[in-house]
Ligand binder design. Structure first.
Ligand SMILES: [Fe+2]
Length: 330
């Protein structure tokens, strides 16, 4: 057993903040097309959730000059775990400091990963309580299914680009206690192209993938879960009917076995509609590794992922991608 397997101070992905230069259109995409609920508004931000998200919010949209990822919030497993992580992250030189919290959650300790993405860990979380008209007859469902648009159920994971994947993967394993689930290793295992990790049974809640343009702090995609493949196919119809650019899918990845659809929300961020995949419960899980030949085009079946998939991320930057010969990826 690895030392990190017993850490268990992080419970799950809490909330992702997406920055958008097209705030109103982004809100239309997530609310009208994906079917998320808006639970709070300010002059420059909106807080949303899927109908199956038990927390008050899992997505924060923030108006900004350009697209990208803001703060990625992780929920601790206990108040003590929050304090432990704050000390450890501070000692590692990654600490930013304590905040008084945000809508839906209490005080948090903010930090950055080695690549520069801003993250925070918190304990106090507000559970969503639906207004009477939105209550489900299922007592264990936080809100009735709206039937609006895609109807995404919950936030699932995000993929970040990193100039140094091993350093960021090591940070997630050793300082956050995430379990490494799968890796893509090229050049006889010497070049780590991507690593997929999780603090819980969900296959991956965080992926680090090589930033082939050498940038820092960039977002590859944010992923929202639907219950079955038909929902992904219906999402493709809904997005196409509304003029949203679909970059890839619907198709199936080899890594994670995920059934995917990637589109760009109007602000420019890549968003995945995701289903299938598999759960991992084993405390002694052995990471699955893929080389460039096994990995192929990153798909199990369906068309190859397009060039944009390895060249575009938010914020977009100039520069030639140091792309491996094969058009890879997740
Ligand atoms: Fe994904």
């Amino acid at each position: 057993m690895t030392p990190t397997a017993s850490l268990h101070d992080i419970a799950h992905l809490g909330s992702v903040e997406l920055l958008t230069p097209a705030f109103d259109r982004s809100l239309w995409y997530f609310h009208d097309l994906l079917g998320m609920e808006v639970v709070q508004r300010t002059a420059t931000a909106a807080y949303l959730r899927g109908y199956g998200d038990h927390a008050a919010t899992t997505l924060k949209l923030t108006a900004a000059p350009g697209p990208g990822v803001g703060c990625v919030a992780w929920r601790a497993t206990s108040p003590e775990a929050l304090e432990r992580r704050a000390v450890a992250l501070q000692e590692a030189g990654l600490g930013i400091g304590w905040t008084n919290g945000d809508f839906g959650r209490g005080r948090s300790f903010r930090f950055h990963d080695p690549d520069g993405h801003v993250m925070e860990v918190y304990w106090e979380e507000q559970r969503y309580v639906a207004p009477p008209a939105q209550r489900s007859t299922l007592k264990n469902l936080p809100q009735k299914y709206s039937g609006r648009g895609v109807g995404v159920r919950r936030a699932d994971h995000l993929a970040l680009l990193a100039a140094d994947v091993p350093a960021n993967r090591g940070f997630a394993q050793n300082l956050l206690g995430f379990q490494l689930r799968e890796q893509v290793l090229y050049q006889n295992g010497t070049r780590e192209i991507g690593s997929w990790m999780s603090p819980n049974a969900i296959h991956h809640q965080l992926a680090y993938v090589a930033d082939l343009k050498g940038g820092h702090g960039r977002l590859h995609h944010f992923s929202l879960w639907v219950d079955n493949r038909d929902d992904v196919l219906r999402a493709a119809d809904i997005l196409s009917e509304n003029g949203v650019f679909i970059e890839a899918g619907p198709a199936k990845h080899n890594n994670s076995q995920g059934f995917y659809l990637y589109s760009y929300e109007p602000g420019g961020n890549r968003v995945e509609i995701y289903s299938g995949s598999f759960l991992v419960m084993a405390p002694d899980w052995q990471p699955v590794t893929w080389n460039e030949h096994e990995r192929g085009t990153g798909v199990y079946w369906g068309g190859a992922l397009p060039e944009s998939f390895i060249r575009y991320a938010t914020p977009d930057i100039e520069g030639e991608a140091d792309a491996p010969r094969l058009p890879v990826f997740f």
